[in-house]
Design a protein around this ligand. Structure first.
Ligand code: SF4
Length: 636
């Protein structure tokens, strides 16, 4: 298939055989045939997508492919999958399935109640736009309505949640986009999903229509380094105050449209809103992620909680009386009852093997149980599936060791394979660690980073990603660099991510300041990205309640949390960040990591050994030489 005169070469312009791609594809083919598990790290440029698509499609088995993000999901479904299907000439049925919040809800769109939500002018305009164009979308996927930003407030209004969906009782059930997408997935040979949906199915959180995903014989999890985090989110339990607010908003609309503006109901809604705000107030300042123990004994919080529960019971009682009047009211009554139950669970005792914690935002909060380890539930789920499991990503191993990844997910039966990138990193890139920077805990550190980075940014004339480990450092850099004229600044948060990236690509002299969401899944090829600067080694905040609880569990097992948890996580994150630079055989660039611990600490070696083998230097003159030389080559 991958030969010089094979089907891929015949159908794909510019296709070249790559030895690591062939090895990877053969390993996957064997794993599929023998129904095994395979963990495969494939460096950038290996061509891993084609490497798994070919054996998966040729197997004739039912396949689920899960990717890290919706963008990658769309890319796989619209670009890569059709190429391979056509090259192989196989009549394979494929389907794309996303989570329910990606599909327009016909019931909500058609309902008169929608006008009663308190919408600002921009949202009203967006709503009109959605109504105008909904019928013209092919699948009712909100990504098809490209004129409305991804984070627009209109989306939660025109899409459903498992709470408010009427399921089989819905008058629009037969035309429902979500129902159709799920039916197609059941019928398809290859279904493309994302990790959120995959784990939602596994945890059966979203079961209004029964199972979300069909049974498959081959399960391919791409961007598998994200699985631990996504599994943690879905295998636990969370209640956000936003979910309660949505219930109150929906109930208010029902009160007006189905209960003749019932005064008692409207009053109960108002009282519960006030009690919810008081509850938030008693949780203290915003942006905290804290263990439950910190809150549970506070008398002011307990008082607010008691009051909140009694107001909630009052609302449930009124809804119960009105429920028979309309389907919508009945739905609100059921939701209110279920949510109260969940609230009580999440504010009671901590279950075994769960981390109990809360988080605050400016006006809202969340209450959470997160599993101490996802290994056991994930392992149990795998045991039920009778499928071949392929875990792949460019960043799974620490050095040559996969145990961090496999232990985390409880995978003890997998073969492993590591395929290095075919790029010539020593020639294509230079890895620069500046001299004389203070320790990252030093208050002068952020300024020292900027002073060291500026000459590099001026040298490259922008064309750089400047990646930070905190918003504080990012905002400080944005302020300091604002007056620079040798490049144009693009700051995370100023525009939606896709627009910011498009503007950066177009600028050709941009410096993009970003935090975690730009460390991975972003692909800028060619000269537009000639430099990646990383301010600090990406160690997670040590007092995060999840990290703390997991570290303490490791300590009890006689392990050292830094070595077994913090360090490998941080190495994988750094590999992702550094991996933004060289995306293609023609790419050239500078990787600058400012953190002096990379060379001063023993563990620094583990980071360096996991990074692409670029030419290393601590000398800015060498960086200049490298860059000017590359420039000459390009100009020649
Ligand atoms: S079945 Fe659910 S998602 Fe589909 S249209 Fe009805 S309410 Fe909306």
């Amino acid at each position: 298939m991958f030969a010089d005169d094979g089907p891929l070469a015949k159908h794909i312009e510019g296709f070249k055989v790559r030895a690591p791609q062939l090895t990877l594809s053969e390993s996957i083919e064997t794993a599929i045939k023998e129904q095994q598990a395979l963990i495969a790290e494939a460096g950038t440029g290996t061509g891993k997508t084609f490497a798994y698509l070919v054996p998966a499609l040729l197997s004739g088995k039912k396949v689920i492919i899960s990717t890290g993000t919706k963008t990658l999901q769309d890319q796989l479904f619209k670009r890569d999958l059709p190429i391979i299907r056509d090259a192989l000439g196989l009549p394979i049925k494929v389907s794309l399935l996303k989570g329910r919040s990606n599909y327009l809800c016909l019931h909500r769109l058609s309902g008169e109640g929608i006008e009663h939500y308190q919408l600002d002018k921009a949202t009203l305009n967006d709503l009109q736009e959605v109504r105008r164009k909904a019928g013209r979308t092919q699948h009712g996927d909100i990504a098809e309505l490209t004129s409305i930003p991804e984070d627009a407030k209109v989306w939660p209004i025109v899409t459903s949640t498992n709470d408010n969906c009427l399921g089989a009782d819905c008058p629009a059930y037969n035309d429902c986009y979500l129902v159709k997408a799920r039916r197609q997935a059941m019928d398809a040979d290859v279904v493309v999903v994302n990790h959120h949906l995959f784990f939602a199915d596994m945890s059966l959180k979203e079961d209004k229509f029964g199972e979300l995903l069909p049974k498959a014989e081959v399960i391919i999890l791409d961007e598998a380094h994200q699985l631990g985090d996504v599994a943690s989110k879905f295998l636990g339990q969370t209640l956000t105050s936003r979910r309660i607010t949505e219930l109150l908003n929906d109930t208010e609309v029902e009160a007006i449209t189905s209960a003749d503006g019932d005064k008692q109901l409207l009053q109960a809604i108002d009282r519960l809103r006030t009690a919810l705000a008081e509850l938030r107030l008693q949780m203290g300042e915003m942006s905290q992620r804290a263990p439950w123990d910190r809150l549970k004994g506070k008398s002011a919080w307990l008082e607010a909680k008691e009051h909140f529960e009694s107001e909630w019971l009052f609302l449930v009682g009124i809804l119960e009386k009105l429920a028979s009047r309309a389907k919508g009211l009945e739905n609100c009554w059921e939701r209110a009852t279920e949510l109260l139950q969940t609230f009580k669970q999440l504010t009671a005792n901590t279950p075994e093997q769960q981390i109990h914690w809360y988080e605050t935002f400016s006006k809202s909060f969340s209450l959470n149980f997160t599993p101490l380890s996802v290994a056991e539930p994930f392992n149990d789920y795998r045991a039920e599936q009778e499928a071949a499991w392929i875990f792949t990503s460019a960043t799974l191993a620490v050095g040559d060791d996969f145990s961090h990844f496999s232990d985390n997910l409880g995978i003890d039966d997998a073969k492993t394979v590591k395929l290095d990138s075919p790029f010539d990193f020593a020639r294509q890139g230079i890895f620069y660690v500046p001299r004389d920077l203070p320790d990252p805990n030093n208050p002068a550190y952020n300024d020292a980073v900027l002073a060291a980075a500026l000459p590099v940014l001026r040298l490259t004339g922008g064309r750089a990603f400047f990646l930070f480990t905190s918003f504080k450092a990012l905002h400080h850099a944005a302020e300091v660099l604002a007056s620079e004229r040798s490049f144009e600044l693009f700051i995370q948060g100023d525009q939606p991510k896709s627009q910011l990236l498009a503007a950066f690509r177009q600028s050709k002299r941009g410096v993009l300041l970003g935090t975690s969401s730009f460390w991975e899944g972003v692909d800028v090829r060619g000269e537009a990205l000639s430099c990646v600067i990383i301010d600090k080694l990406p160690f997670a905040t040590p007092d995060d309640p999840i990290l703390k609880a997991r570290a303490s569990a490791l300590r009890q097992q006689g392990k050292i949390p830094f070595l077994h948890y913090h360090l490998p996580n941080s190495i994988i994150a750094l590999k992702q960040g550094a991996g933004r630079l060289i995306r293609d055989v023609e790419d050239r660039g500078i990787l600058m990591i400012c953190d002096p611990r990379l060379v001063a600490k023993d563990y620094g070696r583990s980071f360096i050994q996991s990074l692409p083998p670029m030419t290393r230097t601590r000398d800015f003159a060498k960086v200049r030489q490298f860059f000017e030389r590359q420039h000459e080559i390009i100009s020649d």
